[in-house]
Design a protein. Structure first.
Length: 138
């Protein structure tokens, strides 16, 4: 007997200039047909568009969308990351200094939060025993 794997993912617009929300939704649509339960953390304004993609695959009953302000997960560490960006030029001595991780504290905070999303899903008893993280727009 195969055990289901719950997928946890998140989409938050962190101000990326090279990819639009529509592009990320297109990336999500590529894998949204997986028949697994999917737990998605996002903002209120993206909830319906994300759900419509899962509905297109007849998987709305295996979809949980949690809307929560990104800064609410760990305010203290977001402030520390922001302060670090304010006080230290993250692009110094980098091979690719224009990459988003060198210029956007919110992006770095979002990357830091991936395990928080997984733990939150587990603590809320939303997941199966087997759980993975999959980037929304891999």
């Amino acid at each position: 007997m195969q055990k289901e794997i719950t997928i946890v993912t998140a989409f938050y617009n962190v101000g990326r200039t090279t990819r639009s929300n529509e592009q990320y939704l297109s990336y999500f649509d590529f894998w949204a047909g997986l028949k697994n339960k999917v737990i998605i953390y996002t903002t209120d304004d993206m909830k319906e568009a994300i759900l419509e993609i899962r509905k297109k695959h007849n998987l709305e009953d295996k979809t949980i969308i949690i809307t929560k302000d990104l800064k609410e997960f760990d305010k203290e560490n977001f402030e520390k990351i922001q302060e670090t960006f304010n006080n230290y030029d993250q692009s110094l001595n980098r091979k690719h200094p224009k990459n988003i991780e060198c210029n956007n504290a919110m992006y770095c905070y979002l990357m830091y939060l991936k395990p928080f999303f997984v733990v939150d899903a587990i603590e809320k008893k939303l997941s199966s025993e087997n759980i993975i993280w999959l980037d929304f727009g891999f």
